[in-house]
Structure formats: C-alpha cells, structure tokens
Design a protein around this ligand. Structure first.
Ligand SMILES: NC(=O)c1ccc[n+]([C@@H]2O[C@H](COP(=O)([O-])OP(=O)(O)OC[C@H]3O[C@@H](n4cnc5c(N)ncnc54)[C@H](OP(=O)(O)O)[C@@H]3O)[C@@H](O)[C@H]2O)c1
Length: 285
C-alpha cells in the first residue's frame, strides 16, 4: 500500500484528489492535513507530521493563492510559497519521500507567443508568481526526488474559482465584462488530480519540472462564454481589455503551457479544455 501525505487538505485541488482517490483506495492510502492541522511554514510541525507515518509520497497542494493579495502581503506569500515547500523538500529528502509540488503558469511573463516549455526562462510579473518561483527553486536546491507540476487556471466544483464565480455573477447580473487579452488554458482540477494519481500508480522516477493543463487555448472571455453557453446562463458578456479592469497584480498576457514532456512521461492524452469544462458542469449542483 502506497502511503501519501496531502498538505493543504481543505483546498480545491486537495478536494479533487479526495474525489479521485475513491478509484484507487485499494492501493493508495492518503492522509490529508488541513492548514490548521499542518502549517507547512512551521518547520518543527512539518518534521513531526512525517514521523507519524512512513510515507512514500507527499503532495503539496498548500499555497498562498491570493494573487492580488500577495502584492501587499509579500512576507506571507513568501512564507507559504517558498519557506513551506523548502521545509517539505528537506523532510522529504531526509526520509526518501517523493515530493509532488504544484506550481503555476504565473512564473512566466507572457512575452512568448508559443506555448511555454519547462526549459523556457521564467520571469514572474507579480509577487505571487515570484513566491511560487522561489518555492520551485527551494525544492530543486534541497531535494532529489520531486515532481514540480506547473498548471494554469484551475477550476472544479470545489472551493472558489472562476467557473463558480462566473455562474454566480452570471445568474445575478444582466451583464458582465471579462478580459479577452489574457490567453491561457483553463484546467479542470479533477484532470490534474488524475495525473497526480498516474504518477503515484506508475511510480515513474524521472524527476523534475513538468507542465500540465488541459489542451487548447482560451482567453478569460472565451472561458466565461463557454461557461454561460454550457450552463445556459442568459447574461450579456462584454469583452474588455486588461487595462479597463485594473488589478493590483500584473498577469501574463500569454501563458499557454507545452505539455509534451508530461504526455511522454505518463503516456497520456490530455482532454481539450471545453470537453473537460462540460464534464465539470455536469457534476455541479
Ligand atoms: N487555482 C488556480 O487557478 C491555480 C492556478 C495555477 C496553479 N495553482 C496552484 O495549485 C495549487 C492548488 O491550488 P488550489 O486552487 O487548490 O488552492 P486553494 O484552494 O487556495 O488551496 C490552498 C490550500 O492551502 C492552504 N494553506 C494556506 N497556507 C497554508 C499553510 N501555511 N500551511 C498549510 N496549508 C496552507 C489553504 O488553507 P486555508 O484555506 O486554511 O488558508 C488552502 O486550503 C497551489 O499550489 C496553487 O498555487 C492554482
């Protein structure tokens, strides 16, 4: 039986991992620790948590995810997104545990016009992206056995995300404005959870950084339009430019990820974003 510790146990991705785990309960035992049960910034607590059980893997879904909040709350963003992963990487390395860590497309500046591969240069535009990048670097410097999975635009039936916000506002309001000049790929967090299980089950050991999102390309406007079409929400949707909706954190205007490396590693096909969105919408209440 594979034993796995999941941090950030109440978050969106952790809940998707819980959902998918029912298909693997005979071979994988997952223990979830919420932020209250295990604060990953507390080094002693992290060491203690790993003494409770002989784990094979740690999945770090814990993060400071408030992209705009991070602009003013730099210290906390760095604590959770840099020091936390460093603590986990150290304890994993000492105990021969494989660390699966989740990172973000926001480590890139969006200046490219072709999908970003794992080899492309990083240059985060905001504090959130910078703190996540420092987390990646901390893991790489102290840990031998790690998978860092950069993903983008996560949504699901769990937690707060763009899909749920759009459905709420779309049903409350007559019209909505959404930016059309930021392009990336929406990712069903259930699909990401499936990929994590694929790593666990296959026990692949080609460690390093990998990119994973759904297939295809969309703007936030396209994403919102698809959400309203699929859910038959009758709201006027207006495309606007980013500068018409200023936010504290600068975001990459292009953050499509090249998934070739992970597809080859796991021998998988990745679902097209619109198909995965339909699947997610079918399961929403
Ligand atoms: N959401 C996206 O669009 C997106 C896009 C790209 C990458 N990612 C990455 O994907 C991963 C999962 O994101 P998500 O959407 O599941 O985020 P989420 O729903 O915000 O979950 C993050 C979890 O981390 C917990 N946490 C915060 N500080 C902690 C600490 N010091 N110790 C332990 N736990 C702590 C939070 O607990 P509390 O709620 O109690 O604070 C929360 O449950 C993150 O690494 C994120 O950076 C997300």
């Amino acid at each position: 039986m594979l034993r796995v510790l999941v941090t950030g146990g109440n978050g969106q991705l952790a809940n998707c991992i819980k959902e998918v785990s029912v298909n693997h309960k005979d071979s994988i035992n997952l223990v979830y620790r919420s932020s209250k049960e295990l604060d990953i910034t507390d080094r002693d607590a992290v060491y203690e948590a790993f003494q409770e059980e002989d784990y094979h893997y740690c999945i770090n879904t814990a993060a400071y995810t408030n992209v705009d909040g991070a602009e003013k709350d730099i210290e906390n963003a760095n604590l959770v997104n840099q020091i936390g992963p460093k603590n986990l990487a150290e304890v994993c390395n000492q105990n021969n545990i494989v660390l699966i860590h989740i990172s973000t497309d926001f480590v890139f500046d969006g200046m490219q016009s072709v999908p970003y591969s794992e080899k492309d240069s990083t240059n985060a535009l905001g504090e959130y992206g910078r703190s996540k990048l420092k987390g990646e670097q901390a893991i790489e410097s102290v840990c031998d056995k790690y998978f860092i999975i950069r993903t983008s635009w996560l949504y699901s039936g769990h937690g707060s995300n763009f899909l749920k916000s759009m459905l709420k506002y779309g049903r409350e309001r007559d019209s909505l404005s959404v930016v059309y000049d930021q392009v990336g790929t929406p990712t069903n967090a259930i699909d990401l959870a499936e990929v994590i299980f694929s790593i666990l089950r296959s026990r692949v050991d080609t460690y390093g950084i990998y990119h994973y999102s759904n297939e295809g390309v969309a703007s936030w406007y396209d994403f919102a339009k698809a959400i309203f079409d699929i859910n038959k929400v009758d709201v006027q949707l207006l495309p606007i430019r980013t500068d018409a909706y200023p936010l504290p954190a600068k975001r990459p205007s292009f953050s499509v990820l090249d998934k070739g490396k992970i597809k080859k590693l796991l021998k998988i096909e990745i679902p097209y974003w619109r198909d995965s969105l339909k699947k997610a919408c079918n399961t929403l209440e």
